[in-house]
Design a protein around this ligand. Sequence first.
Ligand code: ATP
Length: 239
Amino acid sequence: MTVHLSPPHSPLKVGLLGGTFNPIHNGHLAIAGGVRDRLQLDRVLFIPTGDPPHKKEGSLAPAAARYEMVRLAIADTPSFDLSDIEIRRKGKSYSIDTVQTLKQQMGPTTDLYFIIGLDAFLDIHHWRAPLELLQLCRFVVVPRPGHSYCSLATMPLFPFLNHQALAQLDKGTVSRLDISIPSGQAIICLSLPLCPISASEIRQRIRSGQSLANLLPPPVESFILQHRLYQEDTDRTDI
Ligand code: ATP
């Protein structure tokens, strides 16, 4: 267990990890722990989505079940916390609203670090108010199998990116690249060990009765089996 405490009077460093967590898996825990350790964050706040704007909802487990699975997964890690801010919000939920609210609640003595997989970050120009979001908090991008940092150079939001520096990050010859953007906080791109786990593959494995070994924290696997989640393409809603 690693707990980092900032020196007195320096801002508290809080990571935010939003996701559908459908279900939460070892990949999520690995990136949260990896970023916490690399950037010496004090805490990481897991934020399950309620009604996500950018995901198909066919096999989405009820928010209460996804929230409970995150609670079980992080129960033994004191530097990990859980927020129901998006689950409580009615209607569509947008990251910009979440970050604005958390910034207000936590105040100027807290610096927020929005942790995100490269796959999701490559889609950020489709989010609501992406430029404003980039101004509100630092983004920390982590690698995801099947996606390269070089693809960032093709994004309309970042026409100024240096392809060579991104290629070095992909190759692992540099371990961190800070991208300063004209009207925002720096985006921190990290090289972390690649973790080839996805929630969609886990759901697929459950449907076809395959092993879930090393993919999920054991209490999450028990919860899924107990409540017969992800057995069919449409999920149960009676828990
Ligand atoms: P799905 O397979 O259903 O799309 P997912 O595994 O991507 O789900 P999400 O809850 O959508 O899980 O992910 C939340 C955040 O965690 C996103 O920013 C995503 O990019 C990141 N993430 C999830 N799994 C990994 C992984 N194995 N490596 C790096 N980042 C990951």
